[in-house]
Ligand binder design. Structure first.
Ligand code: GLU
Length: 312
């Protein structure tokens, strides 16, 4: 696809996204997130040859929220190995909301997967004694090729004052011996990771790294093991869009992770990285514009993983 055609597709994609914004709402359960500009919208597509396509609000900083679950999972897999990590958390879709607690107690000994809150808190507990927040911040900057990523203290404190549900989840996990380390430290690391300020461009960079099998396309340096990328992308495909993951996989066919701050991070394996920002969310907590935009991009650019790529 030539540059002119891609620009045309991007313009149309932005138009489709804008039409969705009024149908969703900005998250308010973390009070500080409610201050986001509802009509903000940014799209960034990064290619392995260094070409970057940007439209709209690609430089606005917003908190990464659940997309940090992917980063923590990468770190845990690399530091502790898959066997240890998956003795604390499963790899199956939950079919429940991201912050659900009921099925965790009734149906399971472990959180269903690392992309929901219970699973991510369990993942943090596997690394808490091995890595500091400062090291995780630096790791995030490296994976996103963005040294401007910092902790958003307002969002962090806002969430720490309103995260009783996550604390309840963590203590339940402790009662089941899934968390054996300090619960408060796990919650603190989890919440700090959710409160990192990124841009649509940083998310596109991280997506490109994953799409490129863990090798930084610019420097040629391997930042993630092949096995880590394989596990992470598979879990993103089946669990990355909360309880909308199945439909999204059918309609878009690209492993994607969303966050309640409005971010979407979508690695198109072997092709490109996509980052989207739009804080207006659908009922499931996904960026409402981003979902339609990804559908359009998938159709127009033949991004679905089970679809032949056409030339032209
Ligand atoms: N920090 C948010 C929470 O724990 C993340 C949720 C999300 O983005 O899905 O509720």
């Amino acid at each position: 696809m030539n540059a002119q055609r891609i620009s045309k597709v991007i313009n149309k994609t932005m138009e489709i996204g804008r039409q969705q914004i009024s149908l969703g709402n900005v998250a308010t359960y973390i009070p500080e997130l409610g201050k986001a500009r509802k009509d903000a919208l940014g799209l960034c597509i990064s290619l392995p040859d260094g070409t970057v396509y940007k439209a709209g609000d690609t430089n606005i900083r917003f908190t990464i929220q659940s997309i940090s679950k992917v980063i923590s999972l990468c770190k845990a897999l690399e530091l502790r190995g898959a066997e240890t990590v998956f003795s604390h958390v499963g790899m199956e879709p939950s079919g429940e909301a991201f912050n659900s607690i009921v099925e965790l107690d009734l149906q399971s000994n472990r959180p269903f997967n690392p992309m929901i809150n219970s699973g991510a808190i369990a993942v943090e507990s596997t690394i808490i004694d091995y890595v500091s927040f400062e090291e995780m911040l630096e790791y995030t900057q490296r994976l996103c090729s963005d040294s401007g990523i910092t902790l958003n203290r307002q969002v962090y404190h806002s969430e720490m004052n309103s995260c009783d549900r996550n604390r309840a989840i963590a203590y339940l996990l402790k009662s089941k011996d899934i968390i054996t380390t300090n619960v408060d430290n796990s919650i603190e690391l989890y919440t700090k990771m959710c409160s990192l300020n990124v841009t649509a461009e940083s998310l596109a960079n991280f997506a490109l790294l994953l799409a490129n099998g863990g090798i930084c396309p610019g420097s040629g340096e391997r930042l993630l093991k092949e096995e880590t990328v394989r596990i992470v992308l598979s879990i993103m495909l089946t669990c990355g869009m909360y309880d909308g993951s199945g439909r999204f996989a059918v309609e878009v066919g690209v492993p994607t992770k969303s966050g309640v701050g409005g971010g979407l991070m979508a690695p198109v394996y072997g092709r490109c990285g996509i980052g989207i920002y739009g804080p207006s969310l659908d009922q499931k907590g996904n960026c409402i514009a981003g979902c339609e935009m990804m559908k359009h991009l998938s159709r127009e650019m033949c991004l679905h993983m089970f679809q032949e790529r056409q030339s032209g």
